[in-house]
Ligand binder design. Structure first.
Ligand code: AMP
Length: 425
């Protein structure tokens, strides 16, 4: 089915260059017509499947269809969980809006940078705003904008925004929105825990759950390498050097671990940088720009980089530390194998994380053979009798999330983890 049959006007179709958008992806085919009919939408589709355009195109089309108001009022709000995703989504909107009237104003706001230029940018209003929740609330507090005449609310990475960590901010934002509006919720995962809140937001939604067919599933080879925890940095270095990896995104559990691994790789002559929430926004943007421009080969990141980021031609993702949950695993490995490219996801599994890895395998319905590399053999044999329901060998103190199901680590847990990391890296 071509884009021209989805109900988008020719002006908007001009933005869809055949090279970049040869035909709608399955989620675009389903979600665009439903959103254009004015329905609420809950859409679940794999990472890298074109979700941004699946909501951006109908948002732009619906903005074009409505009469211009004077003064300008915010037509659509797109909420995203991270600053980098805000920038990326803003870029997609701007590129899709290139053929549209220049009167369309798209504004992107996020924290970690001065609020004053953003307040200035909102003078005279805006049509579409892409925002992280915290900064949006700051701007609402300062009366820099009003959302009282909003038409469309989009939650990108919706399950993250509906999760406990964002709940207070989201509720505060919802109070500023009109009750009558269209809601579009998009994510690659919807954990059952957030479905109740999703249901309370949505009115008779069109629900799409795109199960990838064999040909359309992201082409990601998953590998698991058994290794003792203290050997992981050396193994990572070995893999980068012997396999000639050109661009690698490595996930670690803590900010401290990111710093240490990056420092050790740099010492070995590998251009590596940490990426986490403690860095200034300027530094975060710089690291990402250097990574995309191949000035940096390896980025070691916390889960702040696990959602939505679209780094083209990222062939390898490494789980240096395993993710807390199977959902996080999906998002982390989804940074590779995007938009038709193939990818490789390597997880380093040490004896103390074996049980947790099995739980991730079970939730993902995968079975990845443990590889043992010469020179990096774990001292103890990989346990074979640890059932998926067995308790974590090091107990809750080691994995404060309690594995896949548990609570989020608090500050104390994180400090404890950091101390532990420092001794094992
Ligand atoms: P997203 O899931 O929105 O992050 O998009 C992932 C990648 O898919 C981005 O690089 C998009 O430019 C690309 N993309 C989006 N829609 C299409 C399409 N219809 N055909 C091919 N690539 C697309």
């Amino acid at each position: 089915m071509p884009f021209s049959s989805l109900g988008l006007r020719p002006e908007l179709l001009k933005a869809l260059k055949p090279k970049d958008y040869p035909a709608p992806t399955p989620i675009q085919t389903l979600a665009i017509p439903a959103a254009l009919q004015g329905s609420d939408v809950q859409a679940c589709a794999q990472t890298g499947s074109g979700k941004t355009a699946a909501y951006a195109l109908p948002v732009l089309e619906l903005w074009l269809r409505q009469p211009r108001s004077q003064p300008r009022t915010v037509h659509s709000l797109v909420l995203v969980p991270t600053r980098e995703l805000a920038v990326q989504v803003g870029e997609t909107f701007r590129s899709l809006a290139t053929p549209l009237p220049s009167s369309l104003k798209i504004t992107v706001v996020f924290g970690g940078v001065s609020i004053n230029p953003q307040m200035m940018g909102l003078r005279g209003g805006t049509d579409i705003i892409v925002a992280t929740p915290g900064r949006l609330l700051d701007l609402l507090d300062k009366n820099a904008l009003s959302l009282s005449r909003l038409n469309i609310l989009v939650l990108d990475e919706a399950d993250k925004l509906l999760d406990l960590g964002f709940q207070d901010e989201l509720q505060a934002i919802l109070k500023c929105l009109p009750a009558r509006r269209q809601n579009l919720l998009f994510s690659a995962t919807f954990a059952p825990a957030v479905q109740g809140l999703a249901d309370s937001l949505l009115k008779q939604p069109a629900r799409f759950d795109v199960i990838p067919s064999a040909g359309s599933a992201p082409d990601i080879v998953q590998r698991a390498i058994a290794v003792d925890a203290p050997q992981r940095t050396q193994l990572l270095r070995h893999l980068i050097q012997t396999l000639g990896w050109k661009r690698v995104l490595v996930f670690a559990a803590t900010q401290h671990a990111c710093q240490i691994i990056a420092a050790k790789l740099r010492k070995a002559g590998i251009a590596a940088e940490p990426f986490h929430g403690q860095l200034s926004q300027g530094k975060r943007s710089q690291v990402l720009a250097d990574f995309k421009a191949s000035r940096v080969k390896v980025v070691i990141a916390t889960d702040v980089a696990s959602r939505g980021l679209d780094i083209s031609e990222l062939p390898v993702v490494v789980n240096f530390d395993l993710p807390r949950s199977a959902v996080d695993y999906t998002h982390r490995i989804g940074r590779t194998g995007r938009a038709g490219h193939s990818g490789l996801a390597v997880s380093l599994v040490s004896p103390d994380t074996e049980a947790h890895w099995r739980l991730i395998e079970k939730r993902q319905a995968i079975s990845v053979p443990r590889e043992v590399l010469t020179g990096f053999e774990p001292a103890a044999a990989v346990p074979t009798d640890t059932g998926v329901n067995a308790p974590h060998p090091l107990g809750a103190a080691h994995d404060p999330s309690g594995g896949v199901k548990g609570k989020r680590p608090n500050k104390k847990d994180k400090l404890r983890q950091a101390r532990q990391q420092a001794t094992t890296l």
